[in-house]
Ligand binder design. Structure first.
Ligand code: RIB
Length: 287
């Protein structure tokens, strides 16, 4: 396999993670078990996942000038992600408040911070997108920028993978420029009619793996290894980044690899902290 060139456009957040036996009901106070600060953000997680899985990856996003910014930049460089497209915006970085319960399930609130300043593409962004084999986007930065990036990618034969999360209404123009949509079952239900809009739809099914449906209607499924789940945060992002790396080898190979990477990402606490490297994925990849 030749190393794919992947541009990931999106968010980067500091995740403030509290663990607890059960998540509180509205109006209830519960005692937590622990607290950690872990770099995350759907865009950064997907870039880190693609890079650690073996793709040559550039991240196009923004951090602030607060106390979290140096650590956010560092996690990208430590993961061998090209950060020349990372801008610094005066003010706070993106923040996610995350509560993880004993089953590994989470609730997340994101405050965009510097991510909200991603209101337009720079010339360098356009050059990176045009040169890439694959552009990966999600929806934690302004939609106009995602749409402009997808349009530019299509004009330069760069494959567009969109993870439409957090789920929201999207314009027909954006959908027209998407080649692959990656959604979980909840997002698939909320968006509806995806198969009519996008040539390739990949639905992640949690512990049951993932399903791909192509333009000819053919379906492919795959599952990852059975693991002990600690925290599902970032598992979908890991799946998406890993899928991008192997997309050029066809859906069956890409799904198998992505399911394995996504499963491994549930075995430790924290989004970026749990994203596996290529050697770890290969070690458990089903033959
Ligand atoms: O998908 C998980 C991510 O969602 C977290 O890392 C958090 O930052 C939010 O963006």
């Amino acid at each position: 396999m030749t190393t794919p060139l992947i541009a990931v456009l999106g968010s980067i957040n500091m995740d403030l993670v509290t663990t607890t036996a059960t998540r509180p009901a509205p109006g209830e106070t519960v005692l937590g078990r622990g607290f950690a600060m872990v770099p995350g953000g759907k865009g950064a997680n997907q870039a880190i996942a693609a890079s650690r899985a073996g793709g040559q990856t550039m991240f196009l996003g923004a951090i602030g000038t607060d106390v979290f910014a140096p650590r956010l930049r560092a996690v990208l460089t430590e993961s061998l992600v090209d950060t020349t497209g990372l801008r610094t915006i005066d003010g706070p970085s993106g923040i996610a408040t995350i509560v993880v319960d004993d089953t590994g399930e989470n609730t997340i609130i994101v405050v965009g911070g510097a991510n909200t300043a991603m209101t337009e593409l720079t010339d360098a962004d356009r050059t990176a997108i045009a040169a890439a084999d694959i552009l990966v986007c999600q929806l934690e930065i302004p939609l106009e920028t995602v749409t402009a990036a997808a349009r530019h990618a299509r004009a330069h034969d760069t494959t567009v993978i969109l993870n439409p999360s957090p789920v929201q209404h999207l314009s027909e123009e954006l959908w027209e420029h998407v080649d692959v949509a990656v959604v979980n079952t909840g997002e698939a239900g909320q968006l509806g009619g995806l198969l009519d809009r996008v040539p390739h739809v990949v639905v992640t099914l949690g512990a049951h793996g993932a399903r791909h449906r192509g333009p000819d209607g053919a379906e492919t499924t795959a599952t990852g290894p059975t693991v002990e789940v600690v925290d599902t945060t970032g598992a979908g992002d890991t799946f998406t980044g890993a899928l991008a790396v192997h997309w050029g080898q066809g859906p069956a190979t890409a799904l198998r690899f992505a399911c394995t990477a996504g499963s491994l990402a549930t075995t430790a606490l924290g989004a970026s902290a749990s994203i596996p490297w290529r050697t770890e994925i290969d070690a458990v990849l089903p033959g």
